[in-house]
Ligand binder design. Structure first.
Ligand code: GLA
Length: 389
């Protein structure tokens, strides 16, 4: 967390907006990056996950314009000018694609669009697997839903944000990141059922349990991420078809054992089936009486998730494996790669007293490999998209 409080940050952003645009914004909206306790590559298989919003957020100050122009400024990444008519069909690259995509999805959903000025300030690290893009899409959609006067539920807005990412940014992601950024609750993870497209907030009393969730942003370059993600999705679909089910959510290890599948599809399906079971076990742990005392039991599930993502789903890379192993060896109760894989972050469940030892061990391990130091910070479940000024 930055020393600045959220309202101060929003007011400062509004002042900087005014300096650029010449008048005050109509409001400031924010949406969080997302972490995920467990449940990876399950969203597009109609399965389960336990994501949450984090305190790092994308904030947008916005004001409507009387013309169809879009002036988009980022504190971190430059300026783009567009027109509403550019949103259809034109490939927009970089951070502006997420704002443009959100506007496009809102227009497709029937919003009465006007041009707008928007200033972005985000402290969600990029490329860390913490969905800085979903944070921006969701902050923008929260703003436009109000300014363009098209009221929608947070879940509906999350689906529009996903459309933006799929269609305009061109990433074939599932719904997890956008759902978390829109619907997150402080101090809770969301138990999401991606078939019903519904969620139940479950309390995560980390502090009472003396635990922290430590993120290791490996800063490993993302390689082949988009192509490999699409390829994994396809393999899952084909495996489901071969197993005679609509989605891998409905397959089980027994029928997988009997089925004739290529070794690769078998491994992919085994990950999804076992990961769904781990999520449901984690839900039981969170729901059992006296959850604070029992939270440590989540640790082995996290580490099993990592092994499955590494060996069966094959989305890990050396930086992630080294961070995971070093964290565990130094006292983490469990750790796993988080998000799509091929780079990004490891999430470790760490007793508060072991935090420094774990952080030091990960830094040493990266040093021994001659790799640049990773970024290390704790995350806590925080609120979903909201108006902050
Ligand atoms: C990325 C995608 C999500 C999800 C995860 C893996 O973050 O955007 O939809 O599939 O990977 O769990």
């Amino acid at each position: 967390m930055t020393p600045e409080t959220d309202p101060e940050r929003a007011r400062a952003l509004a002042r900087r907006f005014e300096q650029r645009a010449g008048c005050a914004p109509e409001g400031v909206w924010a949406a969080p990056g997302r972490a995920n306790l467990i449940g990876e590559h399950t969203d597009y298989n109609a399965g389960f996950a336990l994501p949450f919003g984090i305190e790092q957020r994308a904030r947008v100050a916005v004001r409507r314009r009387p013309d169809p122009r879009l002036r988009l400024w980022s504190e971190q990444a430059g300026t783009i000018e567009l027109s509403l008519s550019d949103l259809r069909g034109q490939r927009i690259s970089g951070w502006a694609a997420y704002v443009a995509g959100a506007a496009w999805a809102a227009i497709e959903a029937g919003a009465d669009a006007t041009g707008f000025d928007l200033l972005l300030d985000s402290d969600v690290p990029m490329g860390a697997g913490l969905s800085s893009s979903a944070a921006l899409e969701c902050a923008t959609l929260a703003a436009l839903a109000e300014l363009w006067n098209f009221p929608r539920s947070p879940l509906e807005l999350a689906r529009l944000a996903q459309r933006a990412e799929n269609q305009v940014a061109g990433v074939p992601c599932g719904l997890m990141d956008q759902l978390a950024a829109m619907c997150a609750r402080p101090a809770h993870v969301l138990w999401v059922d991606f078939e019903a497209v519904s969620f139940t907030p479950l309390e995560l009393p980390l502090a009472e349990a003396g635990l922290e969730l430590l993120v290791v942003d490996t800063r490993a370059p993302h390689q082949l991420a988009d192509g490999a993600y699409a390829e994994r999705r396809q393999a899952c679909q084909q495996a489901a078809r071969a197993l005679g089910v609509e989605a891998l959510r409905h397959a089980d290890l027994e029928s997988l054992g009997r089925a004739e599948l290529s070794p690769e599809w078998r491994r992919r399906a085994r990950h999804v089936i076992s990961e769904n079971a781990r999520v449901l076990r984690a839900v039981e742990i969170l729901r059992e009486a006296g959850p604070a005392a029992r939270l440590g039991r989540l640790g082995p599930l996290l580490s099993a998730s990592h092994a499955s993502l590494r060996d069966d789903f094959e989305v890990s890379v050396p930086h992630l494996d080294v961070a995971q192993a070093a964290a565990e060896a130094a006292g983490a109760l469990g750790a796993r790669l988080m998000g799509g894989g091929f780079g990004g972050s490891v999430l470790a469940l760490v007793p508060r007293a072991a935090r420094d030892a774990v952080a030091g061990a990960v830094l040493d391990a990266f040093g021994e490999h001659g790799w640049a130091a990773p970024a290390l910070f704790s995350v806590r479940p925080a609120a979903g998209a909201e108006r902050v000024l």
